[in-house]
Design a protein around this ligand. Structure first.
Ligand code: HPA
Length: 267
């Protein structure tokens, strides 16, 4: 049996067969929303082919159940490219999500902002992204399905719905372009000046490979960044993973309200 079918069997044994509407991947310091899911939590370690996410501040469990009356699959953690050098680390998990019946994928992450009008604690809805690494999770995929169009990779309807939910909750959320930088070291001030010139508004170490995989699988995708810091050289604050984890909850509360409102519109 393939890892995908074995993982699916194990998940259905615990979570039942009812289809899932949507998948949610939670970023650094944002993992606690997963615990609000009324259902089961399955450790990644029990699911063949799932990532061994080992970044502190992440919750490596797949939560399946209802949130705001919608059946969801919430990934409490992701494997980043910088952990093992594998841009396709989330492929099997996303294939499983698709097989569970999901049609949409919402991603969250922590990011550094290059826009003074999007300060730490604010949220940014990704209007688009720059795959600055040039890495691609579909390298090696043998079928023509690998030639995925990325024009509307960030789904316009999903984005509009998320924006409307933010508005309904009275939360300011700006649109912006996210640049994927491999990490795990943070960027230099010169790199940030370059990324700004290239048209990026925020920088982070995730999300882009998952959007590519999501589009490959035919999932509608959208992503929201929680800004934890101004990018390197843009303020006097020290950038660190500790700081990211400490700051993420500031945006997480707002993010949770937006996502809950958005889910309630899907009921
Ligand atoms: N750079 C890259 N990734 C990040 C940052 C940053 O400044 N902040 C949080 N994640």
């Amino acid at each position: 049996m393939s890892n995908t079918s074995e993982a699916l069997r194990l998940i259905r044994d615990q979570a039942g067969d009812a289809p899932v509407k949507l998948g949610l991947i939670l970023g650094s310091g944002l993992g606690h929303l997963a615990h609000a899911v009324d259902g089961v939590a399955i450790p990644y370690a029990e699911l063949p082919g799932f990532p061994h996410a080992a970044v502190s501040g992440h919750n490596p469990n797949l939560h399946i159940g209802t949130l705001e009356g919608v059946r969801v699959a919430v990934f409490g953690a992701r494997e980043h490219y910088y952990e093992k050098g594998n841009p396709a680390a989330m492929r099997l998990a996303l294939e499983v999500l698709k097989e569970l019946g999901a049609d949409s994928l919402i991603l969250t992450n922590a990011a550094g902002s290059m826009r003074p009008d999007i300060p730490p604690g604010d949220l940014m809805l990704l209007s688009d992204h720059i795959n600055y690494n040039g890495l691609n999770p579909l390298i090696g995929e043998p079928t023509d399905a690998r030639f995925v169009p990325m024009t509307d990779a960030h789904n316009p309807e999903l984005r509009a719905a998320l924006r409307a939910s933010a508005q309904a909750e009275g939360i300011d959320i700006k649109d912006g372009v996210y640049a994927w930088y491999s990490g795990p070291s943070f960027e230099t001030p010169a790199e940030i000046r370059m990324l700004k010139l290239l048209g990026a508004d925020a920088v982070g170490m995730s999300t882009v490979p998952e959007i590519i995989l999501g589009r490959f699988l035919g999932l509608r995708c959208a992503a929201i960044s929680t800004v934890t810091n101004m990018a390197a050289g843009m303020s006097d604050e020290q950038i660190s993973h500790e700081h990211t984890k400490a700051m993420a909850p500031m945006g997480a509360a707002k993010l949770e309200r937006i996502l809950r409102h958005f889910l309630s519109t899907l009921r």
